[in-house]
Design a protein around this ligand. Sequence first.
Ligand code: FAD
Length: 308
Amino acid sequence: MKISEILAHSQRPFPSIEIVPPLKGISKDELLASVAPFMDFHPPYINVTCHRDEIEYRPSGDGRYTRHAVRRRISETAVCAVIQSHFDTEVVPHLIGAGMTREQMECQLQDLKFMGIENVLALRGDCLAGEKRFTPEPGGYRYASELVEDIRRFEQSQNASFCIGVGAYPEKHFEAPNPEMDIENLKRKVDAGADYIITQMFFDNAVFYAFRDKCRAAGIAVPIIPGLKPLSTARQVQTLPEAFSLDIPLELASEIRRHAEDKAACYEIGTRWCAAQCADLLAHDVPAVHFYTMGRADNVVTILRECF
Ligand code: FAD
């Protein structure tokens, strides 16, 4: 079933879960065991992130270096196949334009169609480590809106049909010159054919509500699903803002700093904060709440038990 149909017919907000494909070496059973705790809460779909190959330069022995593409994780397609065959849930593979030519993307879409997958999250992806500015592959995708257009073109030529989600940034994407232009660009993705939006994580719900109001004022009418991640370590007070260009509210950051030496206390503080955010969102007319699990189940399961 398409996520757009699930959103249209759901009587109440539901949890959606995002997982990261495991590193190579993890077995299929270990993957399934890591997903199983979420299934008690009947998430109608599981998102599976996509990771572009890393580039390594290795000495070739003659004083030169050769370039190698390194893939550290199992592909999102393989993870989706395993989840889809084992659990009664839809899967939503993330598709990233970064590092892909249009021909490669078409092959990927053919595989998904073959697998009966009807849902994708279309993203641009990021620079490679060490790159200053995003550079598309020759003939590839500069923006996610181009990928959305391409998926819609693929549907027409291949008699396929996908529900397409896209990403958005309540605190602005770090490359956008200002929030207004970022929302204009988000609207381009919707106008190109995106069916719904999932936001980047945020830790202050007021930021999300203001963003949602601005989107509606800009004419974006599709469902907007807030994304949450429970803060789980003291280090994340520094690393999450660096990695995702977001703010951690003073109250949360100070509380974590006060308990920085106590890992269990930090975990508990982050879980409590996220549970309160989730409960407040559910009282403010959201269609679903999306959880970035990032390899940890316990804290998200605690929140799901309390809120859903
Ligand atoms: P775009 O929508 O293309 O936006 C990128 C920038 O370009 C923005 O600043 C935007 O304002 C600007 N822009 C867009 N269109 C135009 C235009 N026409 N003219 C000028 N400027 C424009 N990354 C991964 O690698 N793998 C994942 O699995 C993954 N999952 C994610 C899931 C969610 C829900 C979210 C929110 C993000 C995810 N990301 C993932 C991160 C994402 O790839 C990065 O944030 C990336 O930098 C931007 O992707 P985008 O699709 O939002 O890009």
